[in-house]
Write a protein that binds this ligand. Structure first.
Ligand SMILES: Nc1ncnc2c1ncn2[C@@H]1O[C@H](COP(=O)(O)OP(=O)(O)OP(=O)(O)O)[C@@H](O)[C@H]1O
Length: 253
C-alpha cells in the first residue's frame, strides 16, 4: 500500500508544529524520519496515521484521501507504534497482541483461524513466544516495545509507522527489530534518533527541522557532515563502512 502526505501542516497554539511536509512511501520501502527533539516527527506520524487531523494538506492511502475511510478501515490499513505505547489493563502479552485483530473483526464475529494464525505469526516474528503468558506490568521496557510491535504486525497493516521503536532495546534487539521491519512487504516509516541505524536500515531519509522537511534522499546523500552540523550542531565525519557499505557517522567531540 502506498501512503502519501501532501503539504501537511499541523498548527497548535499558533505554532506550526508540522509545516508543509510532502512525502510518499511505497510497498516494501522503509523511510527513516530523522530530526532533533521537538522537530515534529511524532506529530507527523500521528497525522499520517489519521489520528490527528491536519490543519491543512491531506493524507492519501493508495491515492484515496484518508478522510474518505472510516476509523476501522484506516486501522485495517495503517498501524502506528507510538513512542510510549502502553495498555491500561494488565493484559498478558498474547492478549495485547490479539488487540491488533480488532479492526478485522465484526462486532458479533468470533475468533477465526486466520486471527489465531496472525497472532501466532506476530508472536514468532517479535520473538515473544516464550513470553506470551507474561503480564504487561512484569515486562521490561524492551519487551513492552516488542509486544507493541507484535500487536501492530498482527494488525496486518499495509503501512507501518514506528516512533523510535529501538528505544529501550539492547543492540541485538535493535538490529533484529529493524531487520524484521525491513523484510516486511509494508510501507514503513520509522522515526529514529540513531543516524547510523537510519543509514543501515532505511532506503530513504526525510529530515525534519522545526516542522519543515529540510532534506530527503538516500542516506548517503542526506547524511553529510554539513547537514549534521546544520541540523544538530554536531561535528561529524562520514565515511562508507568497509564492512556493510552504508554510510557511517563518527561524531567528533
Ligand atoms: N498537542 C500539542 N499541543 C501543543 N504542542 C505540541 C503538541 N504535541 C506536540 N507539541 C509540540 O510540538 C513540537 C514537536 O513535537 P513532536 O513530539 O512531534 O517532536 P519529535 O520530533 O517527535 O520530538 P522527540 O524527538 O523529542 O520525540 C514540540 O515542541 C512539542 O512540544
Amino acid at each position: 500500500m502506498n501512503i502519501e502526505g501532501r503539504e501537511l501542516s499541523w498548527i497548535r497554539q499558533h505554532e506550526r508544529i508540522v509545516d508543509g511536509v510532502t512525502l510518499t512511501v511505497g510497498p516494501g520501502e522503509t523511510l527513516g524520519l530523522i530530526g532533533p527533539n521537538g522537530s515534529g516527527k511524532s506529530s507527523l506520524l500521528h497525522l499520517l496515521a489519521g489520528l490527528r487531523r491536519p490543519s491543512s494538506g491531506r493524507v492519501y492511502l493508495d491515492h484515496e484521501p484518508i478522510d474518505g475511510f472510516s476509523r476501522r478501515q484506516v486501522a485495517q490499513k495503517v498501524a502506528l507504534v507510538a513512542q510510549h505505547s502502553t495498555t491500561d489493563a494488565d493484559l498478558r502479552v498474547e492478549e495485547v497482541v490479539r488487540l491488533g485483530r480488532i479492526p478485522h473483526r465484526g462486532p458479533l464475529q468470533g475468533w477465526t483461524q486466520s486471527d489465531v494464525e496472525h497472532v501466532e505469526q506476530a508472536l514468532v516474528q517479535a520473538g515473544l513466544v516464550a513470553l506470551r503468558h507474561r503480564r504487561w506490568h512484569t515486562l521490561s521496557g524492551g519487551e513492552r516495545q516488542r509486544t507493541q510491535l507484535a500487536r501492530a504486525m498482527a494488525q496486518q497493516p499495509g503501512v507501518l509507522l514506528l516512533d523510535e521503536p529501538t528505544n529501550h532495546l539492547d543492540i541485538q534487539h535493535q538490529l533484529d527489530l529493524l531487520t524484521r521491519v525491513r523484510a516486511l512487504a509494508t510501507s514503513n516509516i520509522i522515526a529514529l534518533h540513531d543516524l547510523n541505524l537510519a543509514a543501515m536500515f532505511c532506503d530513504r531519509l526525510v529530515v525534519l527541522s522545526e516542522g519543515r522537511l529540510v532534506a530527503q534522499g538516500a542516506p548517503e546523500d542526506v547524511l553529510t557532515p554539513a547537514l549534521i552540523w546544520r541540523i544538530y550542531g554536531v561535528d561529524a565525519a562520514v565515511e562508507r563502512s568497509p564492512h556493510h557499505g552504508k554510510a557511517q557517522i563518527h561524531y567528533l567531540v
